[in-house]
Design a protein. Structure first.
Length: 446
């Protein structure tokens, strides 16, 4: 999702990157391009209008900073406006003061409600809650069975009418489930309700009745992001007909243009809480407007990147690296090897690089051709060096290069390339410790 929009936006920013100054005409042209890009991505017209008006006003207004070049300035403003359109701050779930917290799910049939119920339950369980899943969708054949299977997979209890018990009243099921949660000590109740293929009064009525009976702390509208503009109209209808407190985007993994995701917050006035990105229980995330905006802009989800890096970069490695920098010790090939291995552990390098800034359009195609084997080859080259060579790369003369190349099954020119890359990295590390006000390397290689 959003790939086409990201590419368009990168192209627009690229075209103004070289400009020293932006005239009023440049700003108008850029705003027009952005407007077209948003419309092509299926963003609702009122949202596009508000967005563009803001961009134009801010770009030509007094706010323009002298510290940034025009392209940076526009990227910054577009980013901030995207974050605003997506809801600004990350909105967390509201919990009841007195357990259980009741979360009701609503939406059209096929939107992904039942799947979402399972994902949310698993997510909450991971956060030390004890959720109860409630099957109050008694309309869709097998919705109850599907929820039971999901509950089992998520390791979460499911409350459902006994088959053949004759209980066909979803309001009663929802109400009884609250008593069950109290009795069994569940602190969150997730009620899956029935959807229809289109909006109809009977469905709205039923959802209103369930709402009135269980008085939920959250009513989350699950919206299929693949169905474009229609999804947003449906969200409005649910907001007016049932009352919703938040939105969940489902099927964000699809290749639709993403306009619904960008419009729904503005159109309904309700925040997006979660995003569902696949059929598996794990394909689920808390929705962060800032991260989504930078992903759309192709400026990279640096936060996610940092989190991932931290997760794999073991504590002692971090500590060791900080100590080295603090003591002004030089960055060695040994450290370079450790970094490679840390990167390798983060998963396919292509995914990782796509999250970094400036990776739109053509760059992305190039990245797709990058190969994790390259990292493995680099590691092999460093492993073929002696410990002394790893500590001091200036020892590595012509004959040593040949030995290392033979030892690791690569050409001498690959060894040379690696050494050049390493020296650049070393220089960067020195600059970093310089910028931190630390002494620079004492054993610098020549
Ligand atoms: P419900 O009728 O609203 O309860 O919808 P379901 O939960 O049964 O989902 C309908 C279909 O969409 C199922 O085939 C799900 O596997 C699929 N689905 C749900 N969420 C996602 C998602 O985030 N991505 C993808 N690709 N498929 C999803």
């Amino acid at each position: 999702m959003f790939d086409a929009l990201s590419d368009r936006l990168s192209g627009i920013f690229e075209s103004i990157r070289g400009k020293g100054r932006l005239t009023e005409a440049d700003i108008d042209a850029t705003a027009r391009e952005i407007r077209l890009a948003l419309l092509e991505a299926d963003v609702a017209l009122p949202v596009v209008k508000t967005f563009i008006a803001q961009i134009k006003e801010r770009c030509s207004g007094a706010e323009v900073s002298k510290a940034l070049n025009p392209a940076q300035q526009i990227i910054k403003i577009v980013n901030e406006e995207l974050v605003a359109i997506l809801g600004g701050e990350t909105r967390r779930l509201n919990y009841a003061k007195q357990a259980p917290t009741v979360i009701m799910l609503a939406g059209l049939q096929g939107a992904g409600k039942t799947t979402l119920a399972g994902k949310l339950a698993k997510h909450l369980k991971g956060d030390d809650h004890s959720p109860l899943l409630v099957a109050a969708d008694l309309q869709r054949p097998n919705a109850v069975g599907q929820l039971q299977v999901l509950g089992q997979r998520a390791g979460v209890a499911v409350y459902a009418p006994e088959p053949g018990s004759g209980v066909g009243d979803p309001v009663k099921v929802a109400l009884d489930s609250i008593a069950e949660a109290r009795q069994k000590g569940h602190d969150v109740v997730i009620v899956d309700t029935a959807g229809r293929l289109g909006i109809d009064e009977e469905m709205m009525q039923q959802a209103r009745e369930i709402r009135a009976a269980v008085n939920p702390d959250e009513v989350l509208f699950v919206i299929d992001a693949m169905i474009g503009q229609d999804a947003v109209n449906t969200a409005e209808a649910f907001r007016d007909g049932v009352g919703i407190t938040g939105v969940v985007l489902s099927k964000l993994d699809g290749d639709a243009r993403g306009g619904a995701a960008l419009s729904v917050r503005h159109v309904t006035g309700q925040p997006i809480l979660f995003a569902s990105t696949g059929e598996k229980l794990e394909d689920f995330d808390v929705f962060h407007p800032d991260r989504m905006a930078s992903r759309i802009l192709g400026m990279g989800d640096m936060l996610t990147l940092i989190e991932q890096a931290e997760a794999v970069f073991e504590e002692d490695q971090k500590e060791e690296m900080t100590q080295k920098l603090l003591q002004g010790e030089d960055f060695t090939l040994e450290d370079f090897l450790e970094q490679m291995q840390a990167i390798r552990k983060m998963g396919p390098i292509g995914n990782l690089l796509k999250m970094m800034p400036g990776m739109g359009g053509q760059m992305r195609q190039q990245i797709d051709s990058i190969d994790d084997k390259q990292i493995d080859r680099t590691s092999a080259i460093i492993r073929s060096m002696t410990p002394a060579e790893r500590r001091d790369s200036s020892l590595i003369n012509g004959s040593r290069r040949l030995r290392i190349a033979n030892g690791s099954g690569v050409t001498v020119s690959e060894v040379n390339q690696l050494l050049t890359r390493f020296k650049d990295a070393q220089k960067m590390m020195r600059q970093m410790s310089g910028a931190m006000g630390l002494p620079t390397g004492t054993k610098a290689t020549k």
